[in-house]
Design a protein around this ligand. Sequence first.
Ligand SMILES: *Cc1c(COP(=O)(O)O)cnc(C)c1O
Length: 874
Amino acid sequence: MTGMKAIRRFTVRTLVPAQISALTRLATNLRWSWHVPTRALFESFNPELWEKSRHNPLAMLASLSREQLADLAANPDVVARVAQAQESLESYLTEPRWYQELGAGTPECIAYFSPEFGITEVLPQYSGGLGILAGDHLKSASDLGVPLIGVGLLYQAGYFKQSLSRDAWQQESYPLLDPDALPLTLMREEDGTPVQIQLPLPENRVLRAHVWRADVGRVPLLMLDSNVAENDDAARGVTDRLYGGGGEHRLTQELLLGMGGVKALRVHARLSGTAAPEVFHTNEGHAGFLGIERIRELMDPALTPEPLTWGEALAAGRASTVFTTHTPVPAGIDRFPRSMIEDFFAGPLAPGVPVADILALGAENYDGGDGEMFNMAVMGLRLAQRANGVAKLHGVVSRGMFSGMWPGFDTADVPITSVTNGVHVPTWVDPALAELARERFGAEVLDGPDWSKVYEVSDEEVWAMRRRLRLALVKDARRRLRSSWKKRGAADAQLAWTDAALDPDVLTIGFARRVPTYKRLTLMLRDPARLKALLLHPVHPIQIIIAGKSHPADDAGKKMIQDLVQFTDDPEVRHRIVFLPNYDIAMARTLFPGCDVWLNNPLRPLEACGTSGMKAAINGSLNLSVMDGWWDEMYDGENGWAIPTANTGAGDSERDDIEASALYELLETQVAPRFYGEVVAAAAGAAGASQPHQSALPAHWISMIKHTLAHLGPAVSANRMVAEYVQRLYQPAAEAGRAARAENYASVRELAAWIERVRPAWQEIHIDHVESHGLTDEPQIGETLQVRAHITLGSLSPADVRVNVVYGTAGDSDELNNTADLALESVQDNGGGKYQFSADLLIDRSGDFGYGVQVLPHHPALANPAELGLITTA
Ligand SMILES: *Cc1c(COP(=O)(O)O)cnc(C)c1O
């Protein structure tokens, strides 16, 4: 297959009559994936074709006949609606939005790199949370008017499609995508030839890539595609699959993403006349080589007239780079044999860039590290002046996980902050719910911070909406269940039961996510009899809808799916628990809204954030989750339930037993009774049936729904997340980047020279003696402690350092808690590199007070005192 044969989209364009020609643009800009009116417009032309095209406007346009198109063009109502939709799109693309009101000095362009992007099921370029988050990031950036450009790869087969064998073993298939039939535009030079990005590989090979552009509202997404005729077979296969092979295949993908991605950005800026990115944000470590390409540019005399040294270029690149780490699970981090990296960079990939320095960036040269491995997350941290985890707890966990890179520092001072993930509300709120909100409160209510309007909606209406969403899910699940059984070899005659599987009036619990071990898909099976009793409870039954893909190489994950599906196959329970194959965005959009409860039971603290529970919450589903990821910071007692975590001292199996038992207990005693209220008992008793009927409303449950929407809605919105990235990370990174570039990189030249002087001299520093006086015998709050430190700086001067007194509450083994610090002033030069520093410390707390003294490097271009990893303490 070549990417370059007959261009179907061009054909479409010529076919669409002039009166409605805007349809092509409407179908190509992916704003349709979250803009309900645009989707409704396409659907209205032919609801049947709309279903057949799987809600893909471009495929739908391509399948309309010439006559049908002519009819549409002749219909004044259609023409008017198309014009209106176009107008809406044009003003969306150009009007000033949140970002434009921030004033001068904001970054002109931000590049956002990710190995996967989940924007719509029509573009299956994602495997799970990381990709969906990237898609939501672009969409919210677009809504907020943030000038972001996405950079990724275009995989020919994307991620696999999942089905099940008769004996419930996961089957994978990889249908090839035809980029010409996707909402993508090939990037071309001014003369019309396709843009070609080239990476020189060892042994005189060249990796070439075309660049496709997807328009995500206002945000362009550039996707590199190595399926180019001039490539050799291996090079063509580089972008064959998302996370396809291991080792060298994966490394080549990441070189293309990082280094090729920067090259693609340069071409994009040249062709579109837009500003070059001022900030580079890398979503997880996979795109880390973007930093090497930027260093290469700065060291290359052809591109930088007075080229920088490695140290200078590194400082310049770091200033404007943001790195987000996404996983505390070591298997989730890319590592390559050091020798493999060496082989690639010994060639012409980055001429002039010292290979030893590149290798040092990814070196695990800390306790517990493996000297033979090159670690992409470690490189990410060293190439970015600003780094973050994706929830508060994940920030804590990440600082601990990477603390070996900052020996001598308190874990709390490891320079990794956190920005809690969010979800793109217009994508993930069910259209029916959005419509209700719009009708009642106006178009903007779900974009803004004021979700408390939900308190003005009556309980009846809330409950009717919940039932409507649950019913839609039940219908969709039945359809998927039947189709799954047919693929597993069942005949229609055996499948009548699927039409009655699940019940639109039974408490519905959802569990869908990828299936790595730590997410514990099968925790609910820990005590099968107890689960069965919950499902078949005569008064408070529950039903469970489950989905998830296992990584193709993960047999343990596939075994978990098999165990689960075999449980669901039991005729006794199969109407109350189902597994739906091929979890993707399309399924998710019906699943999250339709569930009453969203279940999440990972091994704490391995879920960095988790976003599916957020998507459930904005639809009024209640979360039932282990206190991990986002739930650890947002659970408030009224928005769902916390599954208690067993003491980490317990063994794995014991831990599963304890936590599963806590889960059953919550379901039995809290969740199910509250969902049905008192009414059910009476109704079921009267009817003597096992079918519950609700004749009144569960007031407490509904109050929890309203509370969830009012409080979590704005907090989990990706608009909140993107705004935080802009204000806390992009803006400072852009300022640091500008300072670095000013006057021909004067400041980074100075900074690099300073680092080169300070680093080797650091070992000369010694805290000789600390003394203090001024307190009474029984000190009280408000007294002042005079601290004086005698410090040898050797060849360094007081201006090179900051001397702090760190004080706080002293614990049992003298460790300090709740610390604060105060800088000491240099008051006396005692000669011979010896100085005296002092300060007056106000005692501001009672109890056991303690303090220590530390010396840190000090330079205005450092964003964080821990940045160089240098510290001396007493
Ligand atoms: C949101 C989402 C995910 C991520 O869910 P987690 O709970 O964060 O693991 C994965 N896949 C799809 C299709 C999603 O919509």
